[in-house]
Design a binder for this molecule. Structure first.
Ligand SMILES: *[C@@H]1O[C@H](CO)[C@@H](O)[C@H](O)[C@H]1NC(C)=O
Ligand SMILES: *[C@@H]1O[C@H](CO)[C@@H](O)[C@H](O)[C@H]1NC(C)=O
Ligand SMILES: *[C@@H]1O[C@H](CO)[C@@H](O)[C@H](O)[C@H]1NC(C)=O
Ligand SMILES: O=C(O)CCC(=O)C(=O)O
Length: 348
């Protein structure tokens, strides 16, 4: 048996007709794939055109962004400034990486979440009871020069192309942080200044086709522990967001990023903006790739509600105590993607 054991899902699944038992969720915890709404009408995850951010419609755009953060915790952006070619390239590189021979991919395998560059599977194989239908390559990418030398060298253009993508996405993040600060009535550089030296991580998620997608998840419902996430998905649906108690599918729109508020933004905004549950489901026909960029404080940064958003007389006391991002992040990885929000452990 041990000779057949595979570290990565990608190498385990070719040719299986059934989901192996360790991927099967208990009955009460399976995705009901027929009960999912579409992102349209009153479920609509807003699509915001960032072109308007620097023109006469500036304040209108700030209002739209603020409402999306408050009501959905999610929005989509177009005219975001990241070149289309760069987006195509990074998706193609991820696709090629997961197609490399097992021995080549395994050069980067690790099940230790504290490693800054690693290929792994599921979520946290050391702590979880049920596995998830996903392999992922996780990279730290800011400051770039501290990490690029750890990245894969195969495909040969990996380091160069992914580095360019990371830098471009970081520019988008900084523009969004300024807009979000403004939408909260804070100085435009307020959030930027709370993040210490800043951190940027990225995942390349690979979800192979699954023979029985109703039994398992690519990723079960979770909120993101970081500040803000910039998600790129390929053209295969799979992302679902919880809105008004219902799961809503956010189907791909070409050349559009999905932005979601993470736990740290919920804290800084003193609960005005919401870090919302989302999940990835799998399908029986097609592999799916998604590439989230997780922007975060540096580990030593002290995070807490913005003083301007606390008012003890006006029924807005501080909802959270202050903590370092390191403390939060350790709790997140050790807890194993439980749906109950990690944030509850940091209430004032
Ligand atoms: C899924 O949801 C539909 C619609 O609400 C319901 O009819 C069906 O019984 C549910 N399926 C399962 C397996 O729970
Ligand atoms: C500003 O917004 C209005 C209404 O949404 C739109 O018609 C107009 O084209 C926008 N102007 C610019 C410069 O984007
Ligand atoms: C990842 O793999 C590349 C080869 O593609 C190697 O040069 C690099 O050192 C590996 N990084 C880690 C952290 O194992
Ligand atoms: O694959 C997706 O669309 C969602 C990915 C995600 O939520 C994550 O990596 O945390």
């Amino acid at each position: 048996m041990s000779m057949l054991t595979k570290l990565l899902l990608t190498d385990l699944v070719s040719g299986v007709n059934h989901v192996p038992s360790n991927y099967i969720r208990p009955l009460s915890d399976r995705p009901n794939l027929t009960e999912v709404g579409k992102s349209e009408g009153s479920n609509l995850i807003p699509v915001i055109d960032l072109q308007g951010l620097y023109g006469p419609n500036h304040s209108d755009l700030i209002t739209q962004i603020g409402l999306a953060c408050q009501d959905h915790g999610f929005f989509q952006v177009k005219n975001h400034g990241v070149p289309e070619k760069m987006i195509e390239n990074v998706l193609q590189i991820a696709r090629e990486f997961f197609r490399l021979p097992e021995s080549e991919r395994l050069k980067n395998y690790s099940d230790d979440p504290s490693k800054t560059t690693r290929l792994s599977t599921s979520f946290n194989v050391k702590t979880e009871k049920v596995s998830n239908w996903r392999d992922f390559l996780r990279l730290h990418c800011y400051p770039l020069q501290n990490y690029v030398h750890e990245w894969p060298t195969n495909p040969p253009s990996f380091r160069e192309e992914v580095a360019e993508y990371c830098t471009s996405v970081r520019g988008l993040v900084l523009r969004l942080l300024s807009a979000i600060s403004e939408s909260l009535g804070l100085d435009r550089d307020y959030i930027d200044k709370q993040l210490g030296n800043h951190g940027q991580h990225m995942a390349m998620n690979y979800y192979p086709p699954c023979p029985e997608p109703e039994l398992t998840y690519g990723l079960p419902g979770h909120t993101d522990p970081n500040l803000i996430t910039i998600l790129l998905q390929d053209d295969v649906p799979g992302l679902q967001v919880l809105h008004n108690g219902k799961w809503v599918a956010v189907n791909p729109i070409p050349n559009t990023f999905i932005i979601n508020i993470g736990d740290q933004m919920q804290v800084i905004s003193n609960d005005r903006y919401k870090s919302v549950l989302h999940r990835a489901v799998v399908n029986s026909n097609k592999e799916r790739i998604s590439i989230p960029t997780f922007y975060c404080p540096s580990p030593d940064a002290l995070i807490g509600p913005a003083p301007e958003l606390i008012d003890d007389e006006d029924n807005r006391p501080a909802v959270y105590r202050k903590f370092t991002y390191q403390e939060f992040y350790d709790k997140f990885w050790n807890r194993g993607l439980a749906t109950e929000c990690c944030l509850d452990m940091f209430k004032a």
